[in-house]
Write a protein that binds this ligand. Structure first.
Ligand code: NAD
Length: 440
């Protein structure tokens, strides 16, 4: 009987394998399928060796832990935690920890693989990992969150480490949570290990420039795209979905470069002013009122309308699956800079391609954050800390170089930037697998 994974000459190719494990009932918005669709496409175009294709499709390690804690009322509650190491061939696993009710193993697997490709696109010596605890932080006290963090960290003590797996903040985790991870890990090791996490407070080994790094990467890649398309900076109109760390910093830096931010949104709603929204003024409103809704110096629009505004640049910096088959045809922007992870579905990609929209993919556009996390790890290990201007200069250099690397692959192969970024990343990881060979 013939082997279903071999071609007529008996040689297996990635083309024979792609899509094999696709679950037909998973919807367009499954993050794992969205990631795999892009990986499969790149693997086909690269004609990736099927053995390496299979290795890269499977996460190296998937850990599920029970996280029992005492609630403040004395009752014991058991939460579920995950940590996935997708691939560590290029270096230790790197990826955030999220605390959210929607955390699933499927999502953590996708996010871990995304980290593998993102670190490879910017060519930093990390692999991909991700973790999460299924919980609703909004109903937990600070003390309960600390107990969850410490128990989760202790359960993963064999996996975490500056040479093996380095967490960072993600949805609903922050500097304070990273400080607890570092402390718990250090108490087990009997000495301070700052390099076990990034995104720490500066006082305990964090890096200058980390908070602004992801937004800064969005600004640098947007400028690169406009230059490539022959569009000016001054007066170019931008809409930003999500006004948190990534969206608000990117908006501020783009404003400083002469672009006009005409639309902005957060989960409370969206606002539009064709003459421009002054970012410091909007941030002041948020500091005083918590959310953008009600901001007086712009008109209210719906969150859906924000994505379809008549702008030159759209910067989705909030959630996954913002641009889907349903609204992609209504997008008017010439450039989309994906500040968020996975804001565009594969179905929407096809429509945007037809419309000629220049999409800067997440694994390039928002890689500024992990790049400065890498700087933080380097500084912790060297015990020598850089000034902010050094961080900014080195970040600029890595993101600009990566943008041009991806653009070159895109031009050479006649593919869009997303496919080019995946091709570059998959080939870089595959090359290391070929060189290292198969252990045992
Ligand atoms: P954040 O929590 O600081 O901000 C998120 C913002 O999105 C908030 O303003 C929130 O109100 C808004 N929002 C949530 N749902 C929305 C909706 N349906 N419509 C409009 N706005 C909505 O988070 P962040 O750190 O800015 O991260 C945003 C995205 O960027 C996430 O996808 C995250 O994974 C990704 N990302 C973040 C970093 C980083 O360094 N922070 C790095 C890489 C990728």
């Amino acid at each position: 009987m013939s082997n279903p994974n071999t071609n007529q000459s008996g040689t297996r190719t990635a083309r024979d394998l792609v899509g094999r494990s696709k679950d037909p009932v998973l919807a367009e918005d499954s993050p794992f399928e969205a990631m795999m669709a892009r990986f499969d496409h790149a693997a086909e175009l690269l004609d990736l060796d099927p053995g390496i294709y299979n290795v890269l499709r499977e996460p190296e390690k998937q850990i599920i832990v029970a996280v029992p804690i005492h609630r403040d009322n004395g009752e014991i509650e058991v939460f579920t935690g995950y940590r996935v190491l997708h691939n560590t061939s290029r270096g230790p696993g790197k990826g955030g920890i999220r605390f959210d009710l929607n955390v699933t193993l499927d999502e953590v697997k996708a996010l871990a693989a995304w980290m593998t490709w993102k670190c490879a696109v910017v060519n930093i010596p990390f692999g991909g990992a991700k973790g999460g605890v299924v919980c609703d932080p909004s109903v937990l006290s600070i003390n309960e969150l600390e107990r969850i963090t410490r128990r989760y960290t202790a359960s993963l003590i064999e996996t975490l480490g500056p040479d093996s797996d380095i967490p960072a903040p993600d949805v609903n985790t922050n500097e304070r949570v990273m400080a607890w991870v570092m402390d718990t890990y250090s108490m087990h090791k009997r000495h301070s290990v700052t390099a076990v996490v990034t995104g720490k407070p500066i006082e305990m080994g964090g890096s200058h420039g980390r908070r602004e790094a992801t937004g800064r990467g969005c600004m640098i890649t947007t400028k690169g795209a406009l230059k490539h398309l022959g569009l000016p900076l001054r007066g170019t109109k931008v809409a930003v979905q999500g006004f948190g760390n990534v969206g608000s910093v990117a908006a501020k830096l783009l404003e400083q470069e002469g672009l006009t931010i005409v639309g902005a949104s957060d989960k409370s709603g969206a606002v539009y002013n064709p003459n421009g929204i002054y970012i410091d003024d909007a941030l002041k409103w948020i500091r005083e009122h918590r959310y953008l809704a009600g901001y007086p110096n712009a008109d209210p629009v719906s969150n859906d309308e924000l994505l379809e505004l008549d702008v030159d640049v759209l910067l989705p910096a909030a959630v996954e699956n913002a641009i889907t088959r349903k609204n992609a045809a209504n997008i008017k922007a010439k450039v989309i800079c994906e500040g968020a992870n996975g804001p565009t579905t594969p179905g929407a990609d096809e429509i945007l391609d037809e419309l000629g929209v220049f999409v800067i993919p997440d694994i390039l556009a928002n890689a500024g954050g992990v790049t400065v996390s890498y700087f933080e790890w380097v500084q912790d290990r060297g015990g020598y800390f850089w000034e902010e201007k050094t961080v900014v200069k080195r970040l600029n250099s890595i993101i600009e170089r990566s943008f041009h690397d991806v653009l070159s692959v895109s031009i050479r192969h006649g593919v869009n930037l997303r496919t080019a970024a995946y091709m570059l990343a998959v080939e870089r990881v595959a090359a290391v697998h070929r060189l290292r060979g198969m252990y045992a």
